[in-house]
Design a protein around this ligand. Sequence first.
Ligand code: ADP
Ligand code: ASP
Ligand code: MG
Length: 394
Amino acid sequence: MSASPVLVQKFGGTSVSTPERREQVVEHVRRARADGYRVAIVVSAMGRRGDPYATDTLLDLLRSDGGPVAPDDYDLMFTCGEAISVAVMSQALKRAGIPAAGLTAAQARIYSDGAHLEANVEQIDTTRLNALLADGTVPVITGGQAVARASLDFTTLGRGGSDTSGVAVGVALGACRVEIFTDVDGVATADPRLVPDARIRSRVSCDSMYELARFGAKVVHPRALATGRTGRTPIVVRSTFSHSPGTLIADVEDEGPLVGLAALPPMDTVVLPVGATDAAMRKGWERSRLVMSIVDAERGTVLVGAADDKAAELRDALREAGHDPTQRLGRCCWLSVVGDAGALEEQHPRWMTRFAQEGLAVHAVERSGRRVTYVVPEAARTRAAELLHLAISR
Ligand code: ADP
Ligand code: ASP
Ligand code: MG
């Protein structure tokens, strides 16, 4: 008889922030076990900035001492939030009569390339995890961290990296799927905080979701999606606070020609001449510094942007390019629509007409296969998002 399937469930920061919410987490684990799965869970640090053990609260403690924070200290502090969360969740499961074992990345044997702040998971030695699962115990694993193989130093996978941990553990364990539990019912046609009437999708293709995530749909981290696609492991995004089925992200057809709208946080944006950078350089910036860039082929410009806390990274990137900006646009919003290339081609002129009718300036447009990105002034964010979303929700 074959062993029962493995299910990995990842719970985000808000999902584990109060005793009542942790009860709901326990309930999801209990149900999955009752349905015949062997379950491992991955958890984020509890709550958001201001909550005592949230990642930002802990990092602020380091920053408040002044001066630059050394990457190894940053990573060590970062990992404390998830370690606390694991101990608390492991206790909650045990109290509910579910055998559990809390594990840091070192104990779970999740190994990285050793790069502080934005490490990659290189390998997971599943011996211990499999032994726990075989024994009917739920491994409760810290998200967002891995240890350098030789030194066992803690490294982190970047902000939002618990999604990547969840999927990497799922792939390593041969899980039938990874469930990303969060504070919304699934992947919506836009961030419901920006577009309140956004609709939850029942499914989204890996390619579309990757592009949405890259351009700001933070509901799943892009690297988690890349890991799931390579490992051929389906991902389901669902709510901790309901039993809604959520959104399946897999090798599936999208539900419609226009899939969704994504928005990056407002970014300080500058313009470079088109020859100032090449694709490899820009990919490197995005990967290591979260400095985003797009090419506006019609205007012959490259727009480069970074969120407020990445000002130094933006400066470094510009220095690397060896070109001074031809224009500084200040804080702008980068809004992207993802979907079928033909449908985007058809919609683009209509959107431009609507923007012009409403007097909304568009600083740049990148048309790139299954995505169109519009860079607009920060003040136009809500209205531009509304206009773009109208076509998606039809
Ligand atoms: P967690 O702490 O669970 O990882 P995140 O804050 O990282 O949660 O991600 C969940 C948030 O992602 C939601 O609260 C929502 O505001 C935001 N979000 C952005 N784009 C989307 C989208 N297309 N669909 C659903 N949520 C989205
Ligand atoms: N707690 C980490 C962060 O806030 C990792 C995560 O939540 O995914 O970035
Ligand atoms: Mg997240």
